[in-house]
Design a protein around this ligand. Structure first.
Ligand SMILES: Nc1ncnc2c1ncn2[C@@H]1O[C@H](COP(=O)(O)OP(=O)(O)OP(=O)(O)O)[C@@H](O)[C@H]1O
Length: 363
């Protein structure tokens, strides 16, 4: 398994990679392996280190410590152009005086490929990104979305094994962004390329990725599938960054029970915790059910009582917030139906959820 095959299916591996600018460490020692053909997204708030990580992999900056392996080979000190990693930028970085054809041909000309091969590959790349027949245009004659397609064509034209995209859809409006997300996913499936994608948009990350690497102040907060980050966040930060969450503070009173501050004990999945330790229970709003105060709740469910303080209709779903007797606002998201089927503003209500839907986080 080792020797020639030392990469073990890893396209990129970071081993103890860190980066400091002067005395400020912006990326703490990081371990990360990106699998071959994987779509991995670096997600995180502004300043969390996503671009720094990308720049380290591309070779635009050198690490303060650690090593970077490309398919098992140490490239830590290799110049960027020799790494063969394709880049797609938010601002497209097209050459304005060149036609679309020449922009896309550029990396092939730099590699001195024969002109017939260049023509074939450029037209194929333009076809793949839906720009057949646009080869004679100049970038300024294209919309933002079309310019980014040229940026993508220029990247896929020389078949790099790894493509990195830094907020590629950041300059586009919402509808176009969603359409381009679908197209980038399709291209990923067609080409089987490893993609490392940077965004600070959690919906984009959930929609596109095989795995998400969520960054927080220069560290990986959690690395996992979209499902894992959404349903099994490992911390309050992850629970709050991905999707909406209800957080209830309490103390562990048994392996499967937490006493919520001011509201009695609720059941949670069993796990080993120090009794009396501070914990947070996270429940996604769509796992919360709402009932009139005199209605029966499902057997075995946890129940909180309160008063409906806000109702907002968000299309297919309706968000109902209940202020509980212990003064905490808890939100349930239910499938929208006629107004008569939901509690009225100001009325007493019960919220219930299955103990299996409680995620226990360290307090
Ligand atoms: N050349 C530099 N010199 C000094 N500090 C830098 C430099 N480049 C980045 N930083 C700092 O490193 C931290 C991480 O920046 P980085 O650009 O990697 O974040 P990011 O997650 O990509 O943020 P954004 O979403 O805003 O692009 C920030 O605090 C930033 O100010």
């Amino acid at each position: 398994m080792h020797g020639r095959n030392a990469s073990n299916g890893e396209a990129i591996a970071l081993r103890g990679i860190s980066k400091a600018f002067g005395s400020v460490t912006v990326l703490k020692a990081t371990e990360l392996a990106v699998h071959k053909s994987e779509f991995l997204t670096l997600l995180g708030p502004s300043g969390s280190g996503k671009t720094t990580l990308l720049n380290l992999i591309s070779g635009a900056i050198t690490p303060s410590s650690g090593e970077i392996l490309l398919a098992g080979r140490d490239i830590t000190h290799m110049p960027p152009r020799d790494r063969g990693i394709g880049m797609v930028f938010q601002n497209y970085a097209l050459m304005p005086h060149m036609t679309v054809f020449e922009n896309v041909a550029y990396p092939l000309r730099a590699r001195r490929e024969p002109s017939e091969a260049i023509r074939r590959k450029v037209l194929d790349a333009l076809d793949r990104v839906g720009l057949k027949g646009f080869d004679d245009r100049k970038p300024r004659q294209l919309s933002g979305g079309q310019q980014q397609r040229v940026g993508i064509a220029r990247c896929i034209v020389y078949s790099p094994a790894i493509i990195m995209m830094d907020e590629p859809l950041g300059a586009l409006d919402k509808n176009l962004r969603e359409q381009m997300q679908t197209e980038i996913k399709r291209l990923h499936q067609e080409l089987g390329t490893t993609i490392i994608y940077v965004t600070h948009d959690q919906e984009e990350a959930l929609n596109m990725s095989d795995r998400i690497c969520l960054m927080k102040t220069g560290e990986i907060a959690q690395l996992g599938t979209p499902d894992e980050l959404y349903f099994r966040p490992n911390s309050r930060f992850v629970a709050e960054f991905i999707g909406e969450s209800n957080l209830l503070c309490g103390k562990s009173v048994a392996a499967n029970s937490v006493a919520i501050d001011g509201a009695g004990a609720v059941l949670v999945p069993s796990s080993e915790r120090g009794l009396g330790s501070d914990v947070l229970i996270m429940v996604r709003p769509e796992k919360m059910h709402i009932f009139a105060s005199d209605a029966d709740t499902p057997a075995g469910h946890n129940v909180l009582r309160g008063v409906v303080e806000a109702i907002s209709f968000i299309g297919g779903m309706t968000r109902i917030t209940v202020k509980t007797a212990h003064g905490v606002s808890v939100t349930a998201k239910i499938i929208s139906g006629p107004a008569c089927t939901r509690p009225e503003l100001g009325s007493a209500a019960k919220l219930s959820w299955s103990p299996t839907e409680s995620v226990v986080l360290n307090g």
